[in-house]
Design a binder for this molecule. Structure first.
Ligand code: GSH
Length: 213
């Protein structure tokens, strides 16, 4: 398999965690989204949405969208299972994953921040305020969800799920942007617990071949 990824892309990080949890090997193809490689003509043939990650499987099928990729991996390589079978458990895991992947990530994506600056002329301070505002909104909801329905040391239980694959990169991103996360102790406890797991450490930005300090 091949994974098109950027070291500090949170969506790539989600898939890297899933691959590491399942013990799957892959070729790492770095796409530097900081310099716009996601918009190179050759790459847009691979992903018309101009983003990472993309997974190319052993049969050559090219898949975009991190949650779809993780679901695909979970179907093909069910151990360890990241999306539970049981309907309620599955819905809880997807609830957290979607709160991050649909409500939080898209409005703070690189192209959105770039548009705010370039097209709407906001200052760096205003852009950072935008980022921090939506992170706080998102984590406020997540903190409540996890306190209500979470259990164990991961989001749900004593083994990681898709919810943890989404939570860790989102926290890492927020820390990179200097957000104060003290108001979200449950989110942070799950984050710290995940970081003790070897698969989460293997998937971390600093461990990737395209890492830039
Ligand atoms: N919903 C997509 C989002 C993919 C995406 O936009 N990834 C970001 C990196 S975290 C990206 O490539 N951004 C490039 C840009 O905004 O130009 C997924 O979950 O895979």
């Amino acid at each position: 398999m091949q994974l098109y990824s950027f070291f500090n892309s949170s969506t790539s990080y989600r898939v890297r965690i899933a691959l590491a949890l399942k013990g799957l090997e892959y070729d790492y193809q770095g796409v530097n989204i900081r310099v716009g490689e996601q918009s190179d003509t050759k790459y847009t043939e691979i992903n018309p949405s101009r983003g990472v990650p993309v997974l190319v499987d052993d049969e050559g099928a090219s898949l975009t969208q991190s949650l779809a990729i993780i679901q695909y991996l979970d179907d093909l390589f069910p151990e360890p299972r990241l999306i539970p079978h049981n309907s309620v458990d599955k819905a809880r895991v997807l609830e957290v994953a979607n709160a991050i992947a649909c409500d939080m990530h898209p409005i703070n994506n690189l192209r959105i921040l770039g548009y705010l600056k370039r097209e709407l002329g906001v200052t760096d301070e205003q852009k950072d305020a935008w980022y921090r505002h939506w992170v706080a909104e998102g984590f406020r909801a997540l903190e409540k969800l996890l306190n209500r329905h979470g259990h164990g040391q991961f989001c749900f239980g004593d083994t990681p799920t898709l919810a943890d694959c989404c939570l860790v990169p989102q926290v890492a991103n927020a820390q990179r942007f200097g957000c104060d996360l003290a108001a979200f102790p449950k989110v942070m406890a799950v984050y710290e617990h995940c970081l003790q797991h070897p698969a989460f450490r293997q998937a971390a930005p600093a461990e990737q071949p395209d890492y830039l300090a």
